[in-house]
Design a protein around this ligand. Structure first.
Ligand code: PMP
Ligand code: GLN
Length: 381
């Protein structure tokens, strides 16, 4: 039952940060206001385009733009009329895919650490989760366990790459291994790729959908929230084979039915922005990651690798803190004035308990102020 779950860790930590006037590096949202031109389009379209219900699948401009984006970045041929659906954020897109595809009793393979909406929705859809865990610091894919989690009862695997909070980008070899399991067991893959443009060090994000045999079996989810640093807009999109999309649309029509039309049109404009935009999105974040990682290491944290996303995790044991990650996050919020997210929140049980996740998608001054506070606090203790 959904009522048995607590309040989302992101909300809990953000409320705590507000209460203690702490620098919030917990919940993953940038502190800028997104690209001015994209916002200007949204304002313009609010005035000069219709504001009534747009089509349930999304406005044609955005569905065309999502199809063109798939072709431009990944060489995908996408029929915008039959293979694209717009949802109110990736969260709703995920719910639509899961409610649309899962029948009671179906098994769903999921990789921990996982985003907090996955398990409640899988279960509410009647799915039976089969959890496979990746553990820090290496976050290696345990191939034997993954293979063992698939069976004749598996309906789908839910894959998040780049992965939150592991900041891991799945390699082509790992994806090929997953694709082989998907084919062998005749299943689908719901691919949460909200951080597709936030990848670093010259790496390329590879959608599972681009691997042989996967075009018909994958549902690829993107989010304007991440691609345009506008997390409050909640505009997401699903790309999937024409046979796979109808069940998702059936669910979507009963969840939100549609999404604010001016925001959809502004996102369509954004997806067609030139390469310079997408390059600077990643290079700016990469620069922030480097500076922040260096600062954490100088304080004494054991900092993990970060290949993509908004997040970097660190082991706090070298600082000599004697509690677990939840206690550590409370402690630094109330005592140092910096908020992070405990990595254990991304596991259902028996989680690693000494890693915390920081969001570095913040202004440089905010990141350096956070480092300064943490440095001062831990030097004193
Ligand atoms: N998936 C992952 C892995 C996320 O980290 C998030 C958080 N932003 C979402 C989905 C949700 O995206 P949206 O805000 O577009 O609903
Ligand atoms: N995806 C965001 C994160 O991991 C949180 C989104 C939310 O607050 N629901 O921080």
């Amino acid at each position: 039952m959904l009522s048995s779950y607590g309040t989302s860790v992101f909300e809990v930590m953000s409320r705590l940060a507000i209460e203690h006037r702490s620098i919030n590096l917990g919940q993953g949202f940038p502190d800028g206001n997104g690209p001015a031109d994209v916002r200007a389009k949204a304002a313009l379209f609010l005035e000069d385009r219709p504001n009534q219900y747009p089509p349930m699948l999304g406005v044609p401009e955005l569905r065309q733009a999502v199809a063109a984006h798939g072709k431009r970045f990944y060489g995908l041929e996408v029929d915008w009329q039959r293979e694209v659906l717009v949802a109110s954020g990736a969260t709703e897109a995920l719910a639509g895919c899961l409610f649309g595809l899962i029948e009671p009793g179906d098994e769903v393979v999921l990789l921990e650490p996982l985003y907090d909406s996955y398990l409640p929705i899988v279960r509410r859809a009647g799915g039976v989760p089969r959890l496979v865990r990746l553990v820090p610091p290496a976050w290696e894919l345990p191939r034997d366990e993954l293979a063992a989690a698939f069976s004749a009862r598996t309906k789908l695997i839910l894959l998040n790459s780049p992965m939150n909070p592991a900041a891991k980008l799945f390699t082509r070899e790992e994806l090929a291994f997953i694709a082989e399991l998907v084919l062998r067991h005749d299943t689908y893959a719901v691919c949460d790729e909200v951080y597709e443009h936030l990848v670093f060090d010259g790496r390329a994000h590879i959608p599972l959908m681009t691997l042989p045999g996967m075009r018909e079996r994958c549902l690829k989810i993107g989010s304007a929230g991440k691609t345009f640093a506008l997390t409050g807009w909640k505009v997401g999109y699903v790309t999937a084979a024409a046979e796979l999309l109808p069940p998702v649309a059936k669910a979507h029509q009963f969840i939100t039915f549609t999404t604010a039309p001016n925001l959809q049109r502004a996102v369509a404009y954004g997806l067609a922005k030139d390469d310079a935009y997408f390059h600077s999105l990643r290079s700016e974040l990469e620069r922030k990651r480097d500076a922040f990682a260096q600062g954490l290491a100088a304080i004494g944290f054991d900092v993990l690798a970060c290949e993509g996303s908004y997040f970097i995790s660190a082991d706090f044991r070298p600082l000599g803190f004697a509690g677990d990650d939840v206690e550590f996050c409370r402690h630094i919020t109330t005592e140092a004035g910096v908020t992070a997210i405990p990595v254990s929140a991304f596991y259902e049980s028996a989680a690693p308990r000494h890693f915390v996740r920081f969001a570095f998608c913040k202004e440089d001054e905010v990141l350096s102020a956070a480092l300064e506070r943490l440095g001062r606090h831990f030097r004193r203790n």
